[in-house]
Design a protein around this ligand. Structure first.
Ligand code: NAP
Length: 524
């Protein structure tokens, strides 16, 4: 996109996979605006268009270029291998960001066939069911995935579950390569006394609830208390905190579940306390997400214990980007209006010791242990504790699974069997292969590398042949499965958007499988 290569880190540079955002080199940029035009999620902005609260991004950008970068440490980007991959048949399991990026990468080669299997009746995984409703710009990444519809060799099978409609061994026999991009759907268990009680809920079930999950684990979130506590301070915790404190009017313009908006509007919850077990310098949330907290003027951001951020700013060897994040936290805390109607508390050095209650949660006992201070116990009254400490992949019978770490074990994107040897033709990508870490952009890079691994293995003759009867078995199973395809999705998408436009919203999502089938039947 950039004619002068001034956007860093590039996918070939170290740090791309963990970068919180991309940075424009001001010494090289020629202000041509090409990135502003091209960015599908409207993330690139001219500095003159920044809102006052976004000005911190200029500081972050400058800080990035203060850190020494090694331009020599580039990864080689592999050229497209057209002839060598002709005839390659790949099954991609999972239609989330990792699966879609992998399919797009493979389909650069017109000779490749990709069948994508998704157990839900809609594609895009967490982009639809996870990304916060007020982050519609992020959801716009689906514009890129829409390109799949026009790719020769691509077929989408929605509503087909591997393990039920087809088995992993059917796919292994019916395709040269199978990519598991099944995500991480299993919340990590919070190991603390009382964590079994109703009122302790997993973050994934909360965002599933307000994002109209088709498999809701939570009928309704208990928002009967003034305070809600979230354990863990990653971006998911901030997304949930922001959503619970948003006014219904703002959310009502998003694609949030209408039922959730009504519930939030009627709730007395006015404070969300986010518990981080380490100090502010180790907060898991990213600076852009912290900036996101400043957008709602009705929400004050407090930091506890007092002095935690100042102490962190005194630490030796702080990297420039962490310093900007800490300074922003300090400014937010300094400016926080103690009388604000809604409060988000970033509480550091704090871990839950007991989830308190008799039959259900009525509070949480927190131990605060800052460095050089005696431990202190604090009790927070609440009916709801949200555990936001990450997710693991769900084990799938017939696919290797590392139970300790909670994901599919891989080396160089190839799935490892119990002996640690690569299983022929099996690959995994995204959260299925690494647990819940990294955003949508991270998946893009890993998907490209996974596609390259498949292309290399096929070109080297490591993937064997697909027997006609094995391919036929898959075709027969699909013929008898109740499934939807790309055309159905496009019709549903259009209907959801049209329903949203009438109500001034980006879309109104169908929230049950039956509703999807009914909408499609009416749209015929
Ligand atoms: P995360 O970033 O890994 O944060 C998990 C949090 O849980 C950390 O604060 C961690 O503390 C804490 N934790 C883990 N085990 C714990 C335990 N036993 N007791 C107490 N605390 C515990 O996970 P996430 O928030 O679920 O996000 C997952 C990924 O999605 C991240 O890469 C995130 O950046 C990405 N994401 C991005 C966006 C965005 O870009 N807008 C939005 C949502 C999610 P320690 O740090 O001390 O381990």
């Amino acid at each position: 996109v950039c004619p002068v290569d001034c956007i860093h880190p590039t996918p070939a540079e170290p740090g791309f996979a963990t970068a919180e955002m991309l940075y424009v080199d001001p010494d090289v940029c020629i202000d041509c605006g090409a990135c502003v035009e091209a960015c599908p999620v409207d993330a690139a902005k001219d500095e003159l268009d920044l809102e006052p609260r976004e000005v911190v991004f200029l500081q972050l950008n400058a800080s990035y270029y203060k850190t020494a970068r090694d331009p020599a440490a580039q990864t080689k980007i592999e050229p497209v291998k057209r002839e060598a991959v002709a005839g390659l048949r790949v099954a991609v399991v999972g239609a989330g960001a990792a699966g879609c990026f992998t399919a797009l990468q493979l389909l650069r080669n017109p000779g490749v066939t990709v069948d994508m299997f998704e157990r839900e009746l809609v594609p895009f995984g967490l982009v639809r069911f996870g990304v916060a409703p007020d982050h519609q710009d992020t959801k716009a990444v689906t514009k890129i995935f829409d390109q799949l519809a026009s790719k020769r060799g691509f077929t989408l099978h929605l509503g087909v579950e591997i393990g039920r409609d087809l088995l992993p061994e059917d796919l292994a026999a019916g395709y040269h390569a199978v990519v598991y991009a099944t995500g991480a759907g299993e919340p990590r268990q919070l190991e603390v006394e009382g964590a079994h009680m109703p009122g302790l809920v997993a973050a994934a079930h909360v965002y599933g609830w307000y994002n109209s999950s088709l498999e809701p684990e939570l009928d309704e979130l208990d928002l009967s208390s003034e305070t809600v506590v979230i354990v863990g301070n990653g971006n998911v915790a901030l997304d949930i905190g922001r959503t619970l404190l948003s006014s219904g009017t703002d959310l009502g313009r998003s694609d949030i579940s209408s039922r959730a908006v009504a519930h939030l509007e009627n709730s007395p919850t006015r404070e969300v306390v986010v518990l981080g077990r380490r100090g502010p310098e180790s907060a898991a949330f990213t600076t852009p997400e912290l900036v996101g907290l400043t957008f709602d003027e009705d929400v004050a951001v407090r930091v506890e214990p007092a002095g935690a951020v100042d102490a962190a700013l005194e630490l030796p060897d702080l990297d420039p980007l962490t310093r900007v994040k800490l300074e922003l936290m300090r400014d937010l805390a300094d400016q926080a209006d103690a009388g604000a109607e809604r409060q988000l508390v970033l509480r550091f050095w704090s871990r839950p010791a007991i989830i308190r209650g008799v039959d259900r949660v009525d509070g949480v006992v927190v131990v605060e242990q800052a460095p050089d201070s005696a431990p202190r116990e604090i009790t927070i009254e609440t009916s709801t504790v949200i555990s936001s400490i990450g997710l693991g992949a769900r084990p799938l019978e017939g696919v290797p699974h590392d139970a300790d770490r909670g994901f599919i074990p891989t080396m160089d994107h190839r799935v490892l069997d119990a002996d640690g040897t690569p299983s022929r033709g099996l690959y995994a990508v995204g959260w299925a292969a690494q647990g819940s870490s990294g955003g949508i952009g991270t998946n893009k890079l890993l998907s490209q590398r996974t596609a390259t691994a498949i292309e290399d293995d096929y070109a080297a003759g490591h993937l064997g042949q697909v027997a006609d009867d094995a391919a036929q078995k898959v075709t027969d199973a699909l013929a008898s499965a109740d499934r939807l395809g790309m055309e159905d999705w496009r019709r549903l998408d259009a209907q959801e958007r049209a329903a949203g436009a009438d109500a001034g919203r980006p879309r109104i999502k169908a929230s049950t499988r039956q509703e999807i089938l009914d909408i499609l039947a009416r749209a015929h």
